[in-house]
Design a protein around this ligand. Sequence first.
Ligand code: C2E
Ligand code: MG
Ligand code: MG
Length: 733
Amino acid sequence: MLELIEPSPPGSTVTHFPTRPRLLVVDDEPLILEGLSRLLATRDYEVETAGGGCEALIAIGRQQYDVILLDLGMPDLSGTEVLRFVTERSVDTQVIVVSGDSTIDAAIRALRGGAADFVRKPYEPEELLRRVDNTLTRRRLERENNAILQRLQQSEKWHRFLVNSSPDFIYTLDSEGHFTFVNDRAESLLGYRREELLGQHYSLVIHEDDVSRAEHIFNERRASDRNARNIEIRLKCNPGMRRPRLMNGRCRTVELTATGMYDEAAGPFEGRFIGSYGVAKDVTDRKQAEETVHFQAYHDLLTGLPNRALFRDHLGLMLAQARRNQQPLAVLSLDLDHFKVINDSLGHTIGDELLLAVGTRLRQCLREGDTLARLGGDEFAVLLPTLVSRGDVEHICRKIIQVLSKPAYVKGHEIYISVSIGACVAPDDGELVDSLIRQAEIAMYQAKSDGRSRLQFWEPGMQAPYSERMQLEADLRRALVRNEFVLFYQPQVDAVSGEVRGFEALLRWWHPQRGLLSPAEFIPVAEESGVIVPIGDWVLRQAAAQMVEWQKAGLPAVRLSVNISARQLESPDFVDSVMRALHAHGLDGRLMELEITESLLMRDFEANAIKLGRLSAAGVRLAIDDFGTGYSSFKYLSRFPIHSLKIDQSFVQDLEREENLSIVNAMVAMGRGMNLTVIAEGVETAAQRARLQQMQCHEMQGYYFSAPLAAHAATALLGQQTGGTADAQRIAG
Ligand code: C2E
Ligand code: MG
Ligand code: MG
């Protein structure tokens, strides 16, 4: 910052010179010279004398004098000549003419000629001294003013330099919003010369879509800390600018900070609004980089079409909308037939061109609101958000198949292609994003194996083709090595107190390409291929490790339930693998609960009874999962060392139905009668919770209390247990 300039208080008559004021007395009359010198010597002045005009000039050339007392009538060189010399050469001094010529004319001439004052001879000594003193004071003030002026000019130059060489666009507006100042950056940023902008309304440079936002910022009246800061806005460049390419586009994105300006003369509180000033930082390049990164994350770079991630996003949004409007939507999976052959025989460049051409043709068959995405390779997907019937899907697909069957011409090659399409419709075929995409894909594989170039709707029971399962299986095996599995924990809370009694460990898979997968998407394949055994082993060990971590952290001891699959239970190593997990971490078996479905228990009744008996002896608890969906035979169940019954969510979710109400009632009553802990699964609403409480169900689990939580969130929830109940801290869905 530049220092402030503080002049000494005006009106002070004391003269301050760095040294004593230096005076020159000029007169050809020796007596007068002598008398004046003596008079002046009574003051603290340094006095020198000159006996004529020439001598005076020599002295002035050698020395600087603050005041010269000058006689006019001198024989060698008149005082008038000396005065002219002083004025014309801008000698830094003040001249008081002391003359015997008492006419008013002489005085006027002297003053016009540049004298500071005029004193008549004979002079009154006091009067002369006063005049000298006044002249000295005036000289001092003038010098000080000059110094201030110079510093102000310097400071002004500095500020102008700083403002103009700023990389930011700086402006001021009057109270009506017209530019009153813009810095040099206006030209390189917006392509307007300063004169073109001054006097113009700011709206000239605002992008059409940002007008209302701009109004708010450009009319900024606040001058406090609450003023508009770093507001992002687009500025329009001069449409007629000469070097548009240098400007890198027709509009710039800036971050604007604006402040109101007030006329301070009116006082700090009643200041009159006189306009605003602002600083706009050009962030166009950063924005473009961000947009590019964002685009690349959500688009296929070859065709510029949305990729799988964006397609999933759109589908999620459209599903919610379709649910609100109670309108069906369709997901199509399209795969080119024999694309690999074309790619391998004609090369990737032609393959890429062909994919581009296919993208264009597909787009032509769709309406504006439909989403077309490239999921990878030669696989495309389409989302038809507004449908009337399956007939609509058939109609569009017929068109697609027909349009694509026309030959494509790429670099002199005539290429024939066809497409196989799989389709599924929400909500009929489900309402989950990933399952819908999967189902459409499965249907598409079916279309391929049924002869290609056709449409196939998904039907329940349709299986993913063998090769695809092989892929999933290979991915699953690698997933263990690459540590791609995680456990989520869903609290099971006490029906009365709302306290967390336990957690169910639920498996998730961070698939490197497909994102977070739920067990429904991979457990069946894992089960079929047997990979579930090592995975299940990992789940047991991971769960035990988590329990021990909680114990070490001094958190309340709660139960942890782990789901057991058929293959796992049937494995001869099953009991040992549970015991190993417990021992590895030194965990008390009573804190571990195994969730097994009834149908699974019944599969190999005798063997299971022995295995579970051994585990029970080690304290491990047993829960019947999805209770009510299988045999529900208490007679058989009583042969197993069971601790808990988990009432399947299908009953809980439809508690309004009288029939379900009585079934659940009976299940709770029987469970209680057998001294089992009864846990209701899938509790989503307060009404369901109230019903279940009335029935004296022990514990509940479901989105009403909390969705499955990542480990850190489950830890936090347990940590709060002492401070409150899970009920009180319900985490919505
Ligand atoms: P499950 O054992 O019946 O687990 C309960 C399922 O219901 C979980 O689905 C859970 O997220 C979901 N759920 C919880 N609260 C609600 C609710 O209020 N409403 C609704 N609609 N659903 C709710 P998730 O995690 O997708 O697991 C699905 C199934 O996958 C599990 O059903 C279980 O059979 C199996 N599974 C999960 N983890 C493992 C595992 O580590 N090993 C094995 N073998 N199977 C597992
Ligand atoms: Mg379970
Ligand atoms: Mg269950």
